[in-house]
Design a protein. Structure first.
Length: 181
C-alpha cells in the first residue's frame, strides 16, 4: 500500500509540472502561418493548417516563435510567451513579423529570463538544471522583476530577471535591507 501511495504522489507531482500552451500563430493581418516552428527550448512543434499549435512546457520556460528562411534571408519572429504561472493550460496567440537577417545581426535584444542565484547569474549551460532545482523548491525565496537590467551594460537587458536566494544569503544580505526601505 505504501508503494502505491508513494507512486501516486510522485505521479501527481510530475503531471502537475506539465503546462499545456495552445494558441495560433498569425501575421499582423491575422493570416495563419502553416508549419511554423514553436519551441520551449527542448521540444519543437509545428503549426497546423490553421496556424494552431500545442506544446508542453514547465514553469519558467520561454516559448519561442521563430523561423529563418535561407532562400530569402528573412527571419520571422514573434514575441515569446513566458511561463510565469503554474496554470495547467495557457493560451497565447503569437503575431509574427519578418525582418531582414542583416538587420537582426545589428543588435536585436534576445528575449529571455535571466536567473540569478545569490547575486550571481546562472550560466547558460547550467540553466535547465537550475530551473529544475527551482521547480523542485530547493531555494528559500525568489523575486521576479520585469523589464530589468542586470548591470550597467545595455546587453544585460532582459524581459525578466528572477532573483533566487538561499535562506542563508537572504537572511544575511536581503532581509535587513527590506525592512529599512
Amino acid at each position: 500500500m505504501t508503494r502505491i501511495t508513494v507512486f501516486l504522489f510522485f505521479f501527481t507531482l510530475s503531471t502537475m509540472a506539465q503546462i499545456t500552451i495552445t494558441g495560433r500563430v498569425t501575421d499582423y493581418q491575422k493570416r495563419p502561418y502553416v508549419d511554423f516552428p514553436v519551441t520551449n527550448g527542448r521540444d519543437t512543434v509545428r503549426t497546423d493548417s490553421e496556424g494552431r499549435y500545442k506544446i508542453e512546457a514547465k514553469l519558467w520556460d520561454v516559448i519561442y516563435f521563430y523561423r529563418f528562411e535561407k532562400n530569402t534571408q528573412v527571419y520571422y519572429d514573434g514575441i515569446p510567451h513566458y511561463v510565469l504561472k503554474e496554470t495547467p493550460h495557457q493560451s497565447y496567440d503569437a503575431f509574427v513579423g519578418s525582418h531582414s537577417i542583416y538587420r537582426c545581426k545589428e543588435g536585436a535584444i534576445k528575449f529571455d529570463i535571466l536567473f540569478v542565484l545569490d547575486g550571481l547569474p546562472i550560466e547558460k549551460k547550467d540553466k535547465e538544471s537550475f530551473k529544475e532545482r527551482l521547480r523542485n523548491g530547493e531555494f528559500f525565496q525568489y523575486v521576479l522583476k520585469a523589464d530589468a537590467i542586470f548591470s550597467s551594460r545595455f546587453e544585460d537587458y532582459y524581459d525578466y530577471i528572477l532573483y533566487v536566494y538561499t535562506q542563508d544569503y537572504y537572511n544575511e544580505h536581503i532581509k535587513g535591507k527590506e525592512k529599512k526601505k
